[in-house]
Structure formats: C-alpha cells, structure tokens
Ligand binder design. Structure first.
Ligand code: NAP
Length: 281
C-alpha cells in the first residue's frame, strides 16, 4: 500500500518559507504585489482566482484584481497588461486562462513583461528553462517537482515518464525532471502502447485530463505518481489515475483534489515574492 502525498500539507510547509521571504521584502519597504486578471465568468476560473487571492492575503502578498467582462477585446486586455508592466508597484501579472475564444492567449502572454511573468508562460521564460538559465518556472510543473522531492525520492538517474506535452504542464515538467538528471520520456495522444512506457517509470507525471487513463497495471511497483489532471466526473474531482487501485502499486501518489493544486498556488506565491525580490537586487 502506497503513501498519499498530502499536497496541502506540503504546500503549507513551503508557504512558511515564502511568508518569511514576503516579510523580508516588506521590511525593505516593498510589499510584493500580484495583479490577477479574470476575463468572463467561467466558474472554475473564478474559483481558482479566489483561491490564489486568498493564499496571497494569508502570506502578506497584496493582490490587485481586474474582473473584466467576457466581451473585453484583445486590444483592451493587452492595453491593461502593458499598463501593469509599467506600474512599478506590481511585481507579478497573472492572466487567468482560459481566455474567451475571441482573444488570443498567445498574444496576451507575449505582452506580459518577462520580469513579471510569474506564471512562467512567456517564451522568454520558457527559453530560459530550456537552456538551463534562471527565469520564472511555470507553477504547476514546479510544484510537481517539489511534491516528488517531498517524498524523499532521489530524482537523478530515475526513469521519469510525463504524459501530456502542453506548454503549461507537460513540456516544462519534462525539462525540470531532465534538469534534475532524470531520464525523461514524454508521451502524448499519438503515443502507441502508452502502458509500455508508463510501466518503466520510477516517476510518473500525468497531465492529460482523461479520467482513468492510468490504471494500476500501467504503474511500476514502487513508482512515485503525480496526477496533475483535474476532471469533473459526476460532480466530483478526478485525476487521470485510477487512484484507489494505483495506491496499491505506487510507493507515493498525489490525490485529486489535495495534491498538485495546492502546491501550484504555493509556487505562484513563490514566483511573486521572487519577482519582488528581483526589483530590490
Ligand atoms: P492540455 O493542454 O489539454 O494538454 C493535454 C495533453 O494530454 C496533450 O499533450 C495531449 O496530447 C495529451 N493527451 C490527450 N489525450 C491523451 C491520451 N489519451 N493519452 C496520452 N496523452 C493524451 O492540458 P493541460 O493544460 O496540460 O492540463 C492537463 C490537465 O492538468 C488538465 O486536466 C488540467 O485541468 C490539469 N491542470 C491542473 C493544474 C493544477 O494546478 N492542478 C494546473 C494546470 C492543469 P497532444 O499534445 O497529442 O494533443
């Protein structure tokens, strides 16, 4: 029987250090500030924004919220982003995704200053990660690595399989594990015989959004399993992994909810305080 990785507890531990860093920046006369932009009234996005604002308040990070109507034009949204880029009191800018279909997410993300891109989605930050330089790392994959490390598992030399290749989760997760000297395999919707790869994984990170994609027979005994997905099934949250049966095989596994989600929010806070610290350097 494996151990459940308590993402809430692991995030709370990380947040103790983040809070101290926030205080240290405040002591120098600067309060870290995160601008949060929500366009439209997608209930899930509203809930995520609410959780981020609540966590920021707990840690002493100021938030400036912009709740814009769904009809907001791309031009107006980009104008707001540029205005926030130029505002020295704002250290981090978060535009909650997804955006309404008439707005190009790419165009909006490209216009966020890389120095304030606390979600780590600007191509400049993605390039920094690719080339092993310091930049903002996307919050969810950064949190996945923290969760693996919270189990005491040595990453170096391990086989890591990442399912999913999005710019937000899968690709950066693979790069981060590679940087930690794992041997990384990336799988996606065109992968043939997915189980052949996953059964070889000492560390399995699944970021797809298909409930029960990963069943117990696809998991190597003793593997660490990080389930990033958040799927709504019959009113309940589920991940990609068939949790109950996987728990019998894995050494450690994240639950959904209560696994990757809380650590993602903690990493956003960490990136925000890092952005504020950089303005003092
Ligand atoms: P995405 O952009 O839709 O990417 C999904 C990836 O899964 C794609 O690369 C896709 O492959 C791959 N895929 C689809 N069907 C597959 C299959 N049957 N077998 C193998 N791979 C398959 O999603 P995302 O933004 O990365 O998010 C993934 C999941 O994580 C979602 O459930 C999302 O809600 C969740 N999420 C959670 C957090 C959190 O904080 N907990 C944060 C972000 C995302 P192709 O590239 O070939 O299409």
């Amino acid at each position: 029987m494996g151990k459940i990785i308590d993402g809430r507890a692991a995030a709370a531990e990380v947040c103790i250090e983040i809070k101290a860093r926030v205080q240290a920046v405040c002591d120098k006369g600067v309060q870290p500030c995160l601008a949060v932009v929500l366009v439209g009234d997608n209930p899930a996005s509203k809930a995520y924004v609410g959780m981020k604002e609540k966590k920021a308040a707990e840690l002493g990070i100021k938030t400036v919220g912009h709740k814009l109507p769904a009809e907001t034009t791309e031009e107006d949204l980009i104008a707001l982003v540029k205005q926030m880029n130029d505002d020295p009191s704002i250290h981090g800018i978060l535009v909650q995704l997804p955006l309404p279909k008439h707005i190009s997410e790419d165009n909006v993300l490209l216009n966020i200053s890389a120095a304030k891109d606390v979600d780590g989605l600007h191509p400049e930050n993605a390039g920094m990660l690719l080339t092993g330089r310091e930049g903002f790392i996307p919050c969810t994959p950064k949190g996945c690595v923290k969760l693996v490390e919270s189990t005491g598992t040595e990453i170096s030399g391990k086989n890591c399989v990442v399912i999913g290749r999005s710019n937000i989760v899968g690709k950066p997760a693979a790069l981060l594990m590679l940087a930690k000297n794992a041997t990384v395999t990336m799988c996606h919707s065109r992968t043939k015989n997915l189980a052949e790869y996953t059964r070889n994984a000492d560390i399995l990170i699944s970021a797809v959004g298909v409930p029960n994609l990963v069943t117990a027979d696809m998991i190597k005994p003793g593997a660490v399993v990080i389930d990033v997905a958040q799927c709504r099934v019959d009113g309940a949250w589920r991940g990609d992994v068939d949790f109950e049966s996987a728990l019998e095989v894995a050494s450690h596994i994240t639950p959904v909810p209560g696994g990757v989600g809380p650590m993602t929010i903690a990493m956003l806070m960490e990136n925000t305080v890092e952005a504020a610290e950089k303005t003092l350097a």
